[in-house]
Design a protein around this ligand. Sequence first.
Ligand SMILES: Cc1cc2nc3c(=O)[nH]c(=O)nc-3n(C[C@H](O)[C@H](O)[C@H](O)COP(=O)(O)OP(=O)(O)OC[C@H]3O[C@@H](n4cnc5c(N)ncnc54)[C@H](O)[C@@H]3O)c2cc1C
Length: 256
Amino acid sequence: MTDTQTASPVARHQIGRMRFDTRRRTLTVTSVAHLTPKMLRVTLTSPELADFDSRGADDHIKLFFPGPDGQALMRDYTPRAVSRADRTLTLDFALHDAGPATAWALGAKVGDTLEIGGPRGSMIVPDDFDWYLLIADETGLPAIGRRLEELRAGVPVITVVAIDSDAERQTIETKAHWTAHWVTRDRQGTDDAATLRRAIEGIQLPPGDGYVWIAAEATVAKALRAFILEDLKHPAAWMRAAGYWLRGEAGAHENL
Ligand SMILES: Cc1cc2nc3c(=O)[nH]c(=O)nc-3n(C[C@H](O)[C@H](O)[C@H](O)COP(=O)(O)OP(=O)(O)OC[C@H]3O[C@@H](n4cnc5c(N)ncnc54)[C@H](O)[C@@H]3O)c2cc1C
């Protein structure tokens, strides 16, 4: 056995954090296009992106929107793609019924401006796990897409994503060995915690050390986190779970 194999789970595959100075930037919309009926991709540009730093697939930035009382409303979004050279940032908006971020995206036109802040930091997950299991609803799909694009060639990556219907499936370019499980609410029901769990139970996970990532509505993420830790006995050090929104509450974010 090598040293790596005998080390404790906490010591192997160290997940690190990087901090950045935050600053606000004003970006201009260069394109708006539907990836799928309910996922809107907005590309933005600004000379201020020349030093934009985002090193982690699940980084987030704050988007600022004018609120009714003059105070800015903030919402968290994933930098889906960044090019410092081209000074561009891509954001994917999972469209839902209401909210300032969704309303802004739906009305966005080329030439509109958007103020952003951050990212404040990045979580660096090493690309040395034997496999990755990425679980999410639509709001976590941008981070999953980014991770799929960044991971090394041939590494097994299993994604389990809840979407409204088959029309929401995405095609993502990856060198990894990607197995996609799409859980559709139109066929499998609207209880994401139950259907995602059932889908995970049906998966034979690869051998070796795995990294598990969960991002979904907060109660769903919490239930799945408990299932992965308690039922699958996955080491907590090799898992990250976050509530990306909370049903009935605006602008919620919960790291679990
Ligand atoms: C770290 C992080 C990264 C994120 N990255 C992305 C991303 O890249 N793309 C993305 O689309 N979202 C992402 N989200 C989720 C997004 O921030 C929330 O969905 C946010 O609430 C949307 O803001 P809003 O102004 O549209 O709605 P809000 O004003 O916040 O909420 C209005 C109402 O809509 C409900 N609601 C919020 N989101 C959803 C939803 N997805 N489906 C159904 N109902 C909802 C709320 O419970 C509330 O009742 C991320 C969240 C976090 C914490």
